[in-house]
Design a protein around this ligand. Structure first.
Ligand code: ZN
Length: 199
């Protein structure tokens, strides 16, 4: 387990943290992986190289909520920090639907929740910034994703007047983007992972 608090950027302003440096959970990844069946429970872990740096239990209550189960605090003062997270669904093509986390703080829908100070919330509530100076794959993917997202409505909805073909292509690109980002994220954490120390 990682201890010792936030190591990255010690001495620098840390009000806005980089998305890449936080433990996070992505609903799309669990959805694509078939993890979101009612009654299903599974363990989700983060790694630095081969070394595990944290893990949580996930219990899927049903289509409308799941529980993130974990302990917070230092080794001598551990307490249960588990959170119940509501889920929302938006319709996408072919009768399918896309699941979202409902941020437990602001109640907005979010595809990704970040762990900070012992709790998960959306990037707005956690004051997470995507911006970064280096030109690595993650940055490119984030920039590409925000450009694609800018062409869509809220929560990846199809804007009025956009052709279905165009919309489908955008969604495909976004999903490919998320996958590449996830792959890059795994490589990135192998080199630079820094965590809140909460796990
Ligand atoms: Zn929020």
């Amino acid at each position: 387990m990682s201890r010792g608090g936030m190591r990255y950027g010690a001495g620098r302003p840390s009000y806005k943290l980089k998305a890449e440096h936080l433990l996070r959970v992505e609903i799309g990844r669990w959805h694509r992986g078939g993890y979101l069946r009612a009654g299903q429970s599974f363990t989700w872990s983060w790694h630095r190289g081969d070394e595990p740096t944290g893990s949580i239990g996930v219990l899927v209550h049903g289509t409308d909520s799941l529980a993130l189960q974990y302990m917070v605090g230092s080794d001598d003062q551990r307490r249960d920090g588990s959170q119940t997270i509501r889920l929302a669904h938006t319709a996408c093509n072919y009768g399918k639907s896309r699941p979202w986390f409902v941020c437990p703080v602001c109640q907005r829908r979010a595809g990704v929740l970040y762990m900070r100070a012992g709790r998960f919330a959306c990037r707005h509530c956690q004051r997470v910034s995507y911006a970064s100076q280096s030109g690595d794959v993650l940055d490119r993917m984030w920039r590409k994703q925000s450009k694609l997202e800018a062409r869509l409505g809220e929560y990846w909805r199809r804007p009025k007047g956009m052709r279905h073909y165009t919309y489908d292509r955008l969604i495909d690109q976004l999903e490919a983007c998320e996958q590449r980002r996830e792959d890059a994220f795994c490589e990135f954490t192998a080199r630079f992972l820094a965590v809140t120390g909460a796990l």
